[in-house]
Design a protein around this ligand. Structure first.
Ligand code: COA
Length: 160
């Protein structure tokens, strides 16, 4: 059985992330979507809110779980008895940073493989920060955020 870990901040999950989750779920026996603390980012949503959002959007995908972790990703991957990290690649600009992270993770644990999945063309411009900026300024984010969480995201964006 192959378990893949899909890590990220998911602040909040977007349709771009959901696309990667659905395609990973078809490719691997089990997928764990793992929310990580990125010390370089100040999140808009708490871990609990992000977990709740993810659980709502993966509803109906029986082999997908949602979790969160502190510390190193490679330690978490080992703890879950997994060997595969999934990352989405949106554009060439993602490549250098992702390449560095993948090589660092390999240096930390050579048994763990990072696999990259190309994001669907229609989400190749999307990031959580850009979606939040557009939403805060009153732009339409309906096609960027899963329907199940859209009202909650809009409510928060209007309150900040
Ligand atoms: N669709 C839409 N947006 C996407 C996307 C996709 N398919 N893939 C990535 N993004 C967006 C994310 O929303 C995020 O946007 P934001 O910066 O506006 O929030 C951005 O692209 C970067 O995403 P990602 O590369 O997943 O970074 P992250 O900050 O969300 O997560 C971790 C990075 C959590 C994987 C990394 O910090 C980590 O492993 N942390 C654990 C500690 C550790 O082990 N550190 C050493 C790593 S070598």
């Amino acid at each position: 059985m192959i378990t893949a870990i899909y890590p990220g901040s998911f602040d909040p999950v977007t349709n771009g992330h959901l696309d990667i989750i659905k395609r990973s779920a078809k490719t691997f026996d089990k997928v764990i979507v793992a929310i990580a603390q990125n010390p370089n980012k100040t999140p808009m949503f708490t871990i609990e809110e992000r977990m709740d959002f993810l659980k709502r959007v993966i509803n109906g995908l029986p082999n997908v779980e949602v979790d969160h972790f502190d510390g190193l990703l490679v330690d978490y991957v080992k703890e879950k008895d997994a060997h595969v990290i999934i990352k989405g690649l949106r554009a060439i600009s993602d490549f250098e940073y992702e390449f560095q992270m993948a090589l660092m993770n390999r240096k930390l644990d050579s048994d763990i493989e990072t696999l990259f999945m190309m994001t669907s063309y229609k989400y190749s411009f999307l990031s959580s920060s850009m979606m939040k900026e557009v939403g805060k300024l009153g732009g339409c984010i309906a096609e960027l955020v899963p329907d199940a969480i859209l009202p909650d995201v809009l409510k928060r964006l209007k309150s900040v």
